[in-house]
Design a protein around this ligand. Structure first.
Ligand code: ITT
Length: 195
């Protein structure tokens, strides 16, 4: 079975990706690889950042590396927080502060539409990269609902699930999420390549 290193420091992403990929790969985390790096996300898009993260980890490990760069794209905010979703309220990964800032910025907005976007990159040991994207449509609520998930999940009302991602079970979220769709699109690209 192919060893696949997940190029992320976000434990929630590890959990979701593991569930979505099932037992098809021998998944390794950065901790299991004894790697402790915070790769600087200098790209101008989700895809560019995903490529940067996967490439660094493939190089460090000599193995296949899979990364996810994701975020919330809000129409009424001109696409913000976008690639800056993790640090919307300032440096660090304070989900609570990010949600408070988002609700504050959206207070007087009528158009509540938003989407989660994920770009996933698979970097092969030879440095070759395959990239794919996925999205999930919904809207931003005026208050938080639910205790599951992570990040902006409590304020993201999924059109498909008719509840927030934080009210959904992990299985429900993983069936329609941006991350699931990106990984599905990646799998389709890879099977084309190997067919
Ligand atoms: P790595 O770069 O180490 O993978 P990170 O958390 O810094 O971890 P990103 O730079 O891709 O990852 O930032 C993504 C942010 O977007 C994340 O911290 C959340 O705030 C938000 N986000 C992405 N996917 C999400 C999801 O499924 N549910 C809720 N929020 C999500």
């Amino acid at each position: 079975m192919i060893e696949l290193v997940l190029a992320t420091n976000n434990a929630h992403k590890v959990e979701e990706i593991q569930q979505i990929l099932g037992g098809r790969f021998q998944i390794r985390t950065l901790a299991e690889e004894n790697i402790s790096v915070e790769v600087e996300e200098t790209g101008a898009s989700f895809a560019e950042n995903a490529i940067i993260k996967a490439s660094v980890i493939a190089k460090l490990t000599g193995k296949y590396a899979l990364s996810d760069d994701s975020g919330l794209v809000v129409a009424a905010l001109g696409g913000k927080p976008g690639i800056y979703s993790a640090r919307y309220a300032g440096e660090g990964h304070d989900d609570k502060a990010n949600i408070i800032k988002l609700l504050d910025d959206m207070q007087h907005k009528q158009d509540r539409s938003a989407k989660f976007v994920s770009a996933v990159a698979l970097c092969k040991p030879n440095g070759e990269v395959v990239i794919a994207e996925g999205a999930a449509e919904g809207e931003i609520l005026r208050e938080q609902r639910g205790a599951g998930g992570f990040g902006y999940d409590p304020v993201f009302f999924s059109h498909e699930l008719q509840k927030t991602f934080a009210e959904a079970t992990a299985q429900e979220k993983n069936a329609v999420s941006h991350r699931k769709r990106a990984l599905q699109n990646l799998a389709a690209k890879l099977s084309l390549e190997y067919s």
